[in-house]
Design a protein around this ligand. Structure first.
Ligand code: SAH
Ligand code: SF4
Ligand code: F3S
Length: 477
């Protein structure tokens, strides 16, 4: 067993393994959990087999997502038993949205789980790990630690500042939770009420990331454009103003944000898209359905017409803006005509990218009890038609890049030596022959090839990135 801090021998590395499911916010949270455990001597390990602490950061959004957790737990149990035979202790923690939704039941169903912790309690993780260790050393049965309340204090005030040491692109949570209560969705129950981090806390985190080499930030929130954080003067500001403030950070080349809600796209945010070259011309703006009847039953708070008007206003402010979207097919009561209205909306908008799902009934949500649930085979057929149409649009969008130039921010080495992979303003992966030191630089690239999930191009002569160009802002128009 590795030594711990309490032995006075210093932090000998113990191993931590985190497996992350679900949305980007979970990815961000997993990194913060690793950071909060680092001072206790936990370093990232390769897999669960040699880990002293294993965390599953779970997602509850659809049935399939939560089912994965229990099958993974079954595997972890075997590993834990095996390690115990070798005299090693394993703490199993379940975090995230399934933990929040099923806390107590989970400890009953999987008693070998040591800790179940909800998304708002991660700052207390060190104390929970210590408690779990104590419980298991004393051989206590049923000593599982359960922390799923929504504490009064904000975890963001107690977690260490994110210290990303490498990486060109980073996530930054600015808002969490949701007050919208769409009738199909578990998020308001698993993440709690809408909460916005104060502006200066976000700016400090962004500045630290940029100082560490980050050049692109993706601002995260379940309803990111419902952001209304307090600034230094104690006034509330919205996402548009926050983006303006962040764009002032020298060395920050790109800002993205996700996921936004059509109802919260305000004038200031639209104006920011027109004013800020740093704000990438690519926006995820989920509509779920094109039918007014279904939008109402979903409690989305807008109709198809107002969604299309928002898209038009955004495009007027920033003509090169491209959109991505989420769709649900087979919501209770969805008729053929409702579904056709969704296809019509897609034809009108023309998306660059989209994610589509069969409606999945979630326990405790209003839609789960609605009449006229749609049969599985109808959902399958609708999903196939929807995805075929979206695929045509995504392919057309990627093919339209052929023969154009765009700014590429290099992120990492490619598969072949001498090659780098970067991102276009539209978040497309672009493979380019470029020197290794150019990671973190932006360059103009001529796009020559187009595959289903990536583009290929070459550096334009005279625009070869040079090392040391990092704090110079070179931006797309
Ligand atoms: N806040 C975002 C969505 C977050 S959940 C928004 O309002 O758009 C991510 C996506 O999962 C949703 O956009 C929706 O398309 C899908 N989703 C959520 N609940 C679902 C359910 N019960 N069944 C199927 N898909 C669902
Ligand atoms: Fe879920 Fe609706 Fe909130 Fe999005 S806005 S997280 S879909 S309840
Ligand atoms: Fe899943 Fe929770 Fe994100 S339910 S999508 S992990 S907010």
């Amino acid at each position: 067993m590795a030594t711990n801090l309490a032995d006075g021998l210093g932090p000998l590395a113990k191993k931590l393994f985190i497996k992350t499911y679900g949305c980007q916010m979970n990815v961000y949270d997993s990194a913060r959990m690793a950071e909060v455990l680092a001072p206790l001597g936990y370093a990232p390990g390769e897999g669960p087999e040699d880990a002293d602490v294993v965390i599953l950061n779970t997602c509850h959004i659809r049935e399939k997502a939560s089912d994965k957790v229990y099958s993974e737990l079954g595997r972890l149990r075997l590993i834990k038993d095996q390690r115990a035979e070798d005299g090693q202790q394993t703490v199993i923690a379940v975090a995230g949205c399934v933990a929040q939704a099923e806390g107590e039941e989970m400890l009953r169903r999987a008693p070998y789980v040591d800790i179940v912790l909800g998304p708002q309690t991660y700052h207390r993780l060190p104390e929970m790990v210590a408690r779990a260790h104590r419980a298991s050393q004393s051989g206590e049965r049923g000593g599982g630690v359960l922390e799923t309340e929504f504490p009064i204090e904000s975890k963001f005030d107690h977690l260490p500042l994110q210290r990303q040491e490498s990486g060109v692109s980073a996530f930054l949570s600015i808002q969490e939770g949701c007050d919208k209560f769409c009738t199909f969705c578990v998020v308001p129950y698993t993440r709690g009420a809408e909460f916005s981090r104060p502006v200066m806390q976000i700016v400090a985190e962004a500045e630290a990331l940029v100082a560490g080499g980050v050049r692109e930030l993706t601002l995260l929130g379940q309803n990111v454009n419902a952001y209304h954080g307090l600034n230094a003067e104690g006034r509330e500001i919205g996402l548009g103003s926050l983006a303006r403030r962040l764009a002032e950070i020298n060395g920050l080349a790109r800002i993205r944000y996700t996921t936004s809600h059509p109802r919260d796209v305000d004038d200031d945010l639209i104006a920011a898209h027109g004013d800020l070259p740093e704000l990438m011309p690519y926006l995820h703006l989920p509509v779920q359905s094109g039918s007014d009847r279904i939008l109402e039953a979903m409690n989305r708070g807008h109709d198809a017409e107002s969604y299309l008007r928002t898209i038009d206003r955004l495009r007027a402010a920033r003509p090169d803006l491209a959109f991505s979207c989420d769709f649900i097919v087979g919501f209770p009561g969805e008729s053929d005509a409702d579904f056709e209205a969704t296809l019509d909306l897609i034809r009108t908008v023309e998306y660059a990218q989209a994610y589509s799902f069969k409606y999945s009934s979630r326990p405790g949500t209003p839609a789960a009890g609605m009449p006229r649930q749609v049969p599985e085979d109808v959902k399958d057929a609708r999903l196939a038609r929807l995805q075929a149409l979206l695929m045509e649009q995504m392919t057309a969008f990627n093919e339209a890049s052929l023969g154009t130039t765009c700014d590429v921010l290099f992120e990492r080495p490619g598969r072949h030596s001498g090659q780098l992979v970067g991102r276009s303003p539209y978040n497309q992966a672009v493979h380019v022959d470029a020197p290794g030191h150019a990671v973190g630089d932006m360059a103009t690239v001529f796009i020559e090839t187009c595959k289903s999930h990536s583009l290929g191009g070459r550096l334009l002569e005279g625009d070869r990135p040079e090392s040391g160009a990092r704090d110079e802002k070179r931006l797309s128009a």
